[in-house]
Design a protein around this ligand. Structure first.
Ligand SMILES: O=C[C@H](O)COP(=O)(O)O
Length: 289
């Protein structure tokens, strides 16, 4: 009971009864007033460096992943005015392939893990999968919040599982995917954000890009506000990753605008802001021509 109260008490420190209509209005105001100022070549170039270049296909082969990695290698130095993507994001069984193929500097290896994309498996399996991904070269691990536990308000087990996975990450960074398309309401997204933040997440990530609706600006706004409030209370900076369905330069600039307005310039770099995307990179390059 004491443990259950611990998580309820943590949630009480944050305003979690949010009205969806208020969030939508706030997002529209930010985009209409601030987005135009971010439609610049410098922002497009920065956005390129914030991409987690993703291939998460059921049909991915070692050869596909090797070629995917070679494209990132080939980009290195081909456009001296643009730095490379932040990371290559693959299924955990391909960490080793990326590690072997990757020659581009400063590009991280990110692996989805923990029973991605559903998180519906044994904690032991999630821990083993995560530990193996890290042992095989992953610098970053993207797991999905256990939505079943969260929605039945079993916050203790929800948080303990994240904490255990954080330990399995060792020095790798942990991104916690809230799957906001399944949570839907701003209040649930805020609660899930707070619990993930207090369980050791290094990044909050919106979506898996599978089954449910991907990132929305409203979810991004709520999550960035949670990160901001958490930083004000604790001093710890946690990153934000938007993912799922982000394909155009316009989409990317919109998310950048939300991050910049809520969290400030300090968050507008690939240490604290990522976009997970399989189709965005070429569109951004076309906008920079
Ligand atoms: O985390 C990354 C997402 O799965 C990518 O989604 P996407 O294929 O819609 O860009």
């Amino acid at each position: 009971m004491a443990e259950i109260n611990k998580y309820q008490d943590t949630l009480k420190q944050y305003k979690t009864d949010l009205k969806d209509a208020d969030i939508t209005a706030k997002v529209q105001e930010i985009i209409s007033k601030k987005m135009a100022g971010n439609n610049t070549l410098d922002v497009y170039k920065k956005l390129y460096t914030c991409i987690d270049l993703t291939t998460l296909n059921t049909t991915d082969t070692k050869e596909d992943v090797w070629k995917f990695t070679e494209k990132v290698n080939d980009f290195e130095g081909s456009r001296p005015d643009i730095k490379n993507v932040a990371a290559i994001c693959v299924y955990p069984n391909f960490a080793e392939v990326v590690k072997e193929a990757l020659t581009a500097e400063d590009v991280k290896i990110a692996c989805v893990s923990g029973g991605f994309p559903t998180s519906q498996t044994f904690s032991e399996v999630k821990i083993a999968e995560t530990a193996l991904a890290v042992a095989n070269g992953a610098d970053e691990i993207d797991i999905v919040l256990n939505l079943g536990l969260f929605l039945e308000e079993n916050y203790e087990e929800t948080c303990e599982e994240i904490d255990e996975l954080k330990h399995a990450c060792r020095n790798a960074h942990l991104k916690v995917i809230l799957e906001t398309g399944a949570l839907k309401s701003a209040s649930l997204i805020m609660k899930a954000s707070v619990l993930a933040l207090y369980s050791g997440a290094d990044f909050l990530k919106t979506s898996t890009g599978k089954v449910y609706e991907g990132a929305t600006l409203e979810a991004a706004y709520v999550m960035c506000n949670a990160i901001k409030e958490y930083h004000n209370k604790t001093g710890r900076k946690v990153g934000f990753k938007a993912s799922g369905g982000i394909a155009t330069t316009e989409d990317a600039v919109k998310y950048y605008t939300i991050v910049k307005e809520v969290l400030g310039d300090e968050w507008c770099n690939n240490e604290l802001f990522r976009i997970g995307a399989s189709r965005l990179a070429q569109n951004l390059l076309d906008s920079i021509k």
